[in-house]
Design a protein around this ligand. Structure first.
Ligand code: GTP
Ligand code: MG
Length: 342
């Protein structure tokens, strides 16, 4: 009897999964679901946000000496960003809710090739350790649009690495988005316009760019300011419900290819495109040269025609003048004759 009960309990647990994870998600005991990976450019506020979502101070300092989840300005170890490795922590949502997993990642700059190692490590960690991911939270700094452009090469590589499915789990986050009344009025943009710009920026990375949604969670909000606290609650709730949305399959990171392979492919593709552009430029130059020769020939021809026309006009004028003179002479003669007749 005990055995039957134990088997039933086990299969029930299998069907519903454990630790908030759907059935079939391995390592649910270690990494509860949902699992949120925050990524983005260097210094945009990823670690601060990750800490706040785990319910601790935005400026949390780890005690074990590494820089995981440590917020701070400036690069570490010669890299552009402060966080230089991908790491995860399980904890209660906002410090008091259900258990979930937060993954912090290094910030990337503009020189993708220099950061290949960081990117490779990140992909390897997601693939081997985290395996299933509910949300890729891509953070952009509201006050700095350049970051969007520098992120494009990284997103291109991620897209090539993770495949188009990756975009189903993407939610965009606007950092440095303060909700106090003054900022709302003087921001010079609003949520809709800002999201439109981001979507446009992602247009070349995914076909689903216009379906991507955004949250505006301010990791630096002040709870004593009601409007900031309310917006924090609203946007964290939106992120939570996206993370828990079971109509989307969690992203399975186990099948992804290595970044190296993709960077190599993308670089080969770039080299091929550069060759094509060069060939096109050479052809264009030759065509321009041909056109220039044609234009010169046509100009010479036009000048010859104009000259010929001028000669003809002069000849016609002379002829006409001669005829007029002859006519005048004839008329004079006939007047004289008529006079004689009188
Ligand atoms: N005012 C303001 N400051 C912020 C915000 N988010 C982050 N910061 C500050 O920006 C700096 C960088 O924040 P981090 O959270 O370390 O940024 P990160 O994206 O993890 O940085 P890297 O790991 O270097 O890529 C810190 O000094 C934060 O206090 C924000 O929303 N508002
Ligand atoms: Mg960081």
């Amino acid at each position: 009897m005990m055995l039957i009960w134990a088997i039933m309990a086990l299969s029930m647990r299998e069907a519903h999964g454990e630790n908030g994870c759907p059935a079939g998600v391995k390592n649910a005991d270690k990494w509860p679901c949902p699992r949120i990976v925050v990524m983005g450019g260097a210094g945009v506020g990823k670690s601060s946000l990750a800490n706040v979502l785990l319910g601790r101070d935005k400026s949390y300092k780890p005690t074990d000496g590494n820089h995981c989840f440590e917020a701070g300005s400036g690069g570490t170890g010669g890299f552009t960003g402060h966080t230089i490795e991908t790491c995860a922590e399980a904890g209660p949502w906002l410090g008091q809710g259900a258990q979930f997993t937060m993954v912090d990642t290094p910030g990337f700059g503009e020189k993708m090739e220099d950061e290949e190692e960081l990117l490779n490590d990140m992909v390897a960690y997601l693939k081997d350790e985290i395996q299933y991911i509910n949300v890729f939270l891509i953070a952009f700094k509201q006050t700095d649009n350049r970051v969007l452009w520098s992120m494009r090469s990284m997103l291109k590589i991620l897209s090539a690495t993770f495949g188009n499915e990756f975009w189903n789990s993407v939610m965009v986050e606007a950092t440095f988005w303060n909700w106090n009344e003054y900022n709302v009025e003087n921001r010079g943009t609003n949520e809709t316009l800002w999201l439109q710009t981001i979507r446009k920026g992602l247009e070349y990375s995914t076909r689903n760019w216009d379906k991507i949604d955004a949250v505006f969670i301010d990791s630096h909000f002040k709870s004593k300011h009601t409007e900031e606290a309310e917006k924090f609650e609203e946007h964290t709730a939106k992120l939570w419900s996206f993370a828990k949305d079971t109509s989307r399959e969690p992203f399975h990171a186990a099948d992804i290819k290595s970044v190296k392979e993709n960077i190599k492919t993308l670089m080969e593709e770039n080299a091929r495109l550069a060759d094509e552009v060069q060939d096109a430029a050479i052809t264009l130059n030759e065509t321009i040269k041909e056109y220039n020769v044609n234009i010169t020939n046509m100009e010479t021809k036009r000048n010859e025609i104009v000259e010929e026309l001028n000669v003809n006009i002069t000849a016609l004028e002379t002829e006409s003048n001669n005829k007029t003179d002859a006519l005048t002479r004839e008329q004079k003669k006939s007047v004289v004759f008529e006079g004689e007749a009188w």
